[in-house]
Design a binder for this molecule. Sequence first.
Ligand code: AGP
Length: 369
Amino acid sequence: EAIEKGGYEHFMLKEINEQPRSIADCMRGRLDAKNGRLILGGLRDYMNKFQNADRIIITACGTSWHAGLVAEYLFEEFARIPVEVEYASEFRYRNPVINEKDFIIAISQSGETADTLAAIELAKSKGATIFGVCNVVGSSIPRATHAGSYTHAGPEIGVASTKAFTAQISVLTMMALKLGYQRGTLSESRYMQLLSELETIPSKVERALKLNDKVKAIAAEYKDARNFLYLGRGYNFPVALEGALKLKEISYIHAEGYPAAEMKHGPIALIDEEMPVVFIATKDSSYEKVVSNIQEVKARKGKIIAVVTEGDTTVRNMADHVIEIPETEEAFVPLIAVVPLQQLSYHIAVMRGCNVDQPRNLAKSVTVE
Ligand code: AGP
């Protein structure tokens, strides 16, 4: 086992640190920015259906569902197709309206999640096309779908999903760009620009990983907190959800992720000097709004930990701690911003003496409904 951990104390830490490579592996042979090429083999025979779909329905559970939420923003922004993101466990029992012009994307690391499998069977019986985005080759979901793309993240052992999440988003990003280009909703020049930026993501994730010591020091300060709030808007809203889920599952600290603007509809009542609030406040189209949300928390004496774009001085002057990540396209920020949140939950869990790789009550694949 020590050999498998490759010198790391836990699988989770190894997997967090593998992300520059796993994202690159996911893009290898698919993305060639210089020549404007983006090839997803699994899509080839279904591109027509995908392009002409009335609606995309994404179904998944847990972290994979969060990747689906990021994809909702991606598909709607770049390809202008309406998207619904469904928890598989709700979707399967709701008698959902599905028709033949719906394109269903099922996301799963393990490829064995019982609810996701059942949602696929249901959609299939109604004539929809089902596309899988899975990590484990040959697992049940890739076998149950019409087509799919593997995430190629390599085996993920830690129960808390890390590198599978960023690989899922990488595949979904490539799908959204391809779809946008084919549908003409993305101009050639913008498409080329996005492809080149996407190619830089592994090296930017590598830089983000260097934040580890800083994040560890923040973890030491907040390891005894009883609650955490994670806030973000737009593409960073699903990142907030994912940050909160990571913390809950491995450190057993209660954490909630919220869209930052929803804070004033309830969670703001929780804020006092005991409450750490993690903001994902990168320079994007909702930056100014997030800054005013930060001020609202500060006015109530909440402790502010902010993930910001490198060089940001505005938030630095307001927050208790800033974590600066490399700048990228707004749509690609989740791939980088999630990294320090994974590190934060990891270090807090280790400091609390929790079993990081096998948290209580959880299994790596949930094969029961
Ligand atoms: C993630 O950290 C969790 N352990 C869990 O939410 C997981 O993402 C979920 O059970 C879905 O699993 P899957 O991707 O294998 O379908």
